[in-house]
Write a protein of this length. Structure first.
Length: 70
């Protein structure tokens, strides 16, 4: 079974980001609550894997646009 929402520790294991790097993205506003992560009813933050992939692809698109301008 594949999950859309996963814990920070599981996301860290799968993505290679440290748990601290993930929390930094959340706390600094790089990842937005309600979009890139949500809180379960027990208030535990869960990463939205679908939105993470969109975030990565958006960055790739922006990088390609910047390279085309150079």
């Amino acid at each position: 079974m594949d999950f859309r929402y996963i814990t920070i520790s599981e996301f860290s294991r799968r993505s290679g980001y440290t748990e601290q790097a993930i929390r930094n993205k959340m706390n600094s506003g790089v990842w937005i609550e309600g979009i890139h992560y949500r809180r379960a009813p027990d208030r535990r933050p869960l990463i939205d894997v679908v939105e993470y992939h969109k975030w990565v692809e958006q960055g790739v698109t922006q990088g390609l646009r910047l390279a085309a301008r150079a």
